[in-house]
Every structure is written in structure tokens, then in C-alpha cells.
Write a protein that binds this ligand. Structure first.
Ligand code: NAD
Length: 275
């Protein structure tokens, strides 16, 4: 019997999560907000599966996997038999709490998981576990499993097993600001920016130092350009509020964001992306 999973929110992350669930043989229902968004979510999953198929990454034809996908315009239409429900709606705690209330009503036996990248999982619900996927979901091997003391240990085991069955490598992290990856990634990113600000070395040389000296696939400044300087600034501000001044964003980062130098998406950040 295939497992039944639900994904709430079929945007960038939700579509990717649906893709990996389908590829693992699960029956998947995506709940979106309205018929138009629901149709767009189906298109996103279809395009993602097609791309994987073209690259020889699927065991079964994309068309066959798509037959196991249902898309509904409202959470109350999710199947009552859903075993795992992962929410991937925008990063807004009130919205996510509302979503979980609706999912509990529609799918009483489902294991509830959030894909939040920064919010406290426990504050979204005592029964909510964090399943933090990385973008693009079909490609990135990592999953941060975010746990807290209110969770039933059996749920933690089920969530870990399910994540591993999707081919993900799981790291288990206590529910704390920035989890493990954002906290450490932002700490290094902020220090690298401070070093550019202080004239210690150029952005290029700092990145080359970390690539060749430490075996990083990409330096912290190029990564900041790819993620978006605005995104990194808002995470650093959040971590400063939660964990203290060691995450204080350097003026250089604030000034670049104010000038609209947001990284690759605007053509300039710490590097020139215009060509
Ligand atoms: P997105 O804006 O691409 O998708 C969100 C989707 O949720 C939209 O399609 C929207 O229509 C839908 N939605 C909104 N309200 C809804 C509701 N009430 N019911 C059903 N659907 C609803 O956002 P995203 O980038 O996929 O991010 C989703 C979550 O994943 C956020 O919590 C984000 O922090 C987290 N996350 C994002 C990334 C990333 O790189 N984008 C990485 C890891 C985690």
C-alpha cells in the first residue's frame, strides 16, 4: 500500500517536496489557496519531474508519477487518511498556525511537519516537527529534522524514516533560532562581510581561501550573493534579536541592501553578475 502524504502550499518548496514524495512512490495531495494557485502548483511539479526525467534521475516515467498527484484548492479537501502533512506556506507564524488547525481537522491521524526555515517549530504547535528541506528539494541531500520535548518520540522516528526514504540525509537539531545550518552559515557570512569592510582581503580572495583552504564548494560571499543579501540581512537581524549581538549585520551589508545590490537577482552583490 503506498503511503499518503499531503503538502500544504505548492510554491517553490512545496512543489519540490511533492516531487520527492512522488519519486519515492507516495500518493500526494497538494492543498493550495484557490483553483488558480492549485493549477500553478500542478504545473510546477510537472515541470520539476520532467526536468528530472530528462536528466535520467527518475526510476519511473514522470507521467506515471503525476497520476499519483492530486491538487486541491483548499485544505479541507485533503484526504482524511493522510499519514504525513508538510506545510510549505509563506514564512508567517500566524498563517502557519491557521494551516495546522485546518490540517488537524481534515487529517486527524497525520504526522504534522513544517518546512519553516526560521520560525520556532514548537510555537507552531506542540505536535509539529520541523522537516526543513533545502532548495532545490530534488537536488539537495540535506534535511534538518527540528525536534523539541513536546514531541512524541515515535513521531520523531517516523519523520526521520520518511525523510530518509526520500533519499535525504537527516541531521537532528533542537528547536532553536536558525537551527544548525542558518545559524552557522550566517555567522560565517557576517564575519566574511566584516572582513571585506575592514579591508582584510577582497571578496574574491576570502572565497578562494575557504574553497581551497577548507574545501568549501563555494565561498561565503558568493553564497550570500546567491541566497540574496536582503534574505541574509533579515536572517541576521532575526538571529541578533534571538541570540545576541554576535550576529549583528555589518554596515556594508545594510548599505548594499539599501542600494539594491541584492546579489545575483539584481546583477550585483559582492560580485558582478550582470553578464
Ligand atoms: P512560495 O511563496 O514559493 O510558496 C508558498 C505557497 O503557499 C504559494 O504557492 C501560496 O499560494 C501558498 N499558500 C499561501 N497561503 C496558503 C494557504 N492558506 N493554503 C494553502 N496554500 C497557501 O514560498 P517558498 O519559497 O516555497 O517557501 C515556503 C516555506 O518554505 C517558507 O516557510 C520558507 O521559509 C521555507 N523555505 C524556503 C526555502 C527557499 O529557498 N525558498 C528554503 C527552505 C525553506
Amino acid at each position: 500500500m503506498p503511503r499518503t502524504a499531503a503538502v500544504v502550499g505548492g510554491g517553490t518548496m512545496g512543489a519540490g517536496i511533492a516531487h520527492v514524495l512522488l519519486a519515492a512512490g507516495d500518493l500526494v495531495t497538494i492543498a493550495e489557496s484557490g483553483a488558480e494557485r492549485a493549477a500553478a502548483a500542478r504545473e510546477l511539479v510537472a515541470a520539476s519531474l520532467k526536468k528530472a526525467e530528462d536528466r535520467g534521475k527518475l526510476d519511473r516515467p514522470a507521467s506515471e508519477l503525476l497520476e499519483r498527484l492530486d491538487v486541491v484548492p483548499d485544505i479541507d479537501q485533503l484526504p482524511a487518511t493522510t499519514e504525513l502533512a508538510i506545510e510549505a506556506v509563506p514564512e508567517d507564524a500566524a498563517l502557519k498556525r491557521q494551516v495546522f488547525a485546518a490540517v488537524r481537522a481534515a487529517c486527524p491521524d497525520a504526522l504534522l511537519a513544517s518546512n519553516t526555515s526560521s520560525l520556532s517549530v514548537r510555537q507552531l504547535g506542540d505536535d509539529v516537527i520541523g522537516m526543513h528541506f533545502f532548495n532545490p528539494v530534488p537536488v539537495q541531500a540535506l534535511l534538518e529534522l527540528v525536534v523539541h520535548d513536546d514531541l512524541d518520540p515515535a513521531h520523531v522516528v517516523r519523520a526521520r524514516d520518511w525523510a530518509e526514504s526520500l533519499g535525504k540525509t537527516v541531521i537532528e537539531v533542537r528547536d532553536s533560532p536558525g537551527f544548525a545550518t542558518s545559524r552557522l552559515g550566517v555567522a560565517v557570512g557576517m564575519e566574511a562581510i566584516r572582513m571585506v569592510e575592514e579591508g582584510v582581503a577582497s571578496a574574491e580572495d576570502i572565497d578562494t581561501g575557504m574553497r581551497l583552504g577548507y574545501g568549501w564548494p563555494m565561498g561565503p560571499l558568493r553564497l550570500t550573493d546567491l541566497v540574496g543579501l536582503d534574505v541574509r540581512l533579515s536572517i541576521a537581524e532575526h538571529l541578533t534579536r534571538e541570540l545576541g549581538p554576535r550576529f549583528t549585520p555589518p554596515d556594508l551589508l545594510r548599505n548594499k541592501v539599501a542600494r539594491g545590490e541584492l546579489g545575483r537577482k539584481t546583477g550585483r552583490g559582492f560580485f558582478d553578475w550582470s553578464s
